[in-house]
Write a protein that binds this ligand. Structure first.
Ligand SMILES: Nc1ncnc2c1ncn2[C@@H]1O[C@H](COP(=O)(O)OP(=O)(O)OP(=O)(O)O)[C@@H](O)[C@H]1O
Ligand SMILES: [Mg+2]
Length: 257
């Protein structure tokens, strides 16, 4: 079978672009890897495997393949049946946990702005959708998902590389019942960039929460807490950056609350 032909078990109406899995490259060197990633990226495929490792390239635009349709498609499917996807990795991990009864771990690494936080949220969202459970479990899921805006308000800030840069490391643990329903969670934070509170580089901001408070607090809250405009505060005005494109501090304040 020629390399461009599809195997019977592969999804149809999916355009072939480069190779899905870079172990299939005939020559493996940096140029070949970068070229394959680039070719796929140009065709709007952000995910590519190298064996069990998933590479994700930040598209900086909403891709159409994160809907309920994909959640359905990747559920219980083997890795080679569908195009590479973070849902495939997550599903694989979830099944392994259920079948082997063993702890699973995803390590997400990459430079600032690479898309680690967004990837982690896709993983949590997928698990939340495919795991069952009644009202109590839904409550746990809600807490897990809703911890994100809260953590980001106090731990993320605009930097020159990423408007929503996580300025801390985190280890996020989700505990499951034997039946695979989330029944608890634990977040360990480490290395919060505390120095940002008192000093920011040009074009960077302090932690989101300060701007959210100033923009989103009610008149009463502002009065009771004595909140002034941002230029009143030295630590919010030294870098002269208040507004961030694509960030609505007011609506994010309500989410944080
Ligand atoms: N899969 C994606 N689809 C669309 N946009 C994305 C995706 N991944 C990342 N982005 C965009 O890139 C921005 C930066 O991504 P993200 O915050 O996940 O980076 P990060 O790796 O966590 O960086 P840092 O180390 O600074 O925290 C996001 O706010 C979003 O606008
Ligand atoms: Mg991040």
């Amino acid at each position: 079978m020629g390399s461009k032909e599809r195997f019977h078990w592969q999804s149809h109406n999916v355009k072939q672009s480069g190779v899905d899995d870079m172990v299939l490259l005939s020559k493996i060197n940096e140029d070949a890897i970068v070229e394959n990633l680039k070719k796929r990226f140009m065709d709007d495929y952000i995910f590519t495997y190298i064996g069990p490792v998933l590479i994700s390239v930040n598209p900086f635009k909403q891709m159409p393949y994160f809907t309920d349709r994909e959640v359905e498609l990747y559920q219980g499917a083997a890795q080679y049946e569908n195009p590479p996807h973070i849902y495939a990795l997550t599903d694989n991990m979830y099944r392994d946990m259920l079948i082997d009864g063993e702890n699973q771990c995803v390590i997400i690494s990459g430079e600032s702005g690479a898309g680690k936080t967004v990837a982690a949220k896709y993983i949590m969202g997928y698990i939340s959708k495919v795991s069952g459970g009644g009202e109590k479990v839904q409550h746990v899921k809600d807490i897990i998902l809703q911890s994100n805006p809260l953590l980001e308000a106090f731990g993320n800030a605009k930097t020159v590389r990423n408007n929503n840069s996580s300025r801390f490391g985190k280890y996020f643990e989700i505990q499951f019942s034997r039946g695979g329903e989330p029944d608890g969670g634990k977040i360990s934070n480490f290395l919060l960039e505390k120095s940002r509170v008192v000093s920011q580089n040009e074009s960077e901001r302090n932690f989101h929460i300060y701007y959210q408070l100033i923009e989103g607090a009610s008149q009463d809250q502002k009065h009771n807490l004595g909140i002034m405009s941002p230029d009143y505060y030295y630590y919010l005005s030294q870098s002269e950056t208040y507004k961030v494109d694509g960030t609505d501090d007011r609506s994010e304040f309500h989410e944080t609350m």
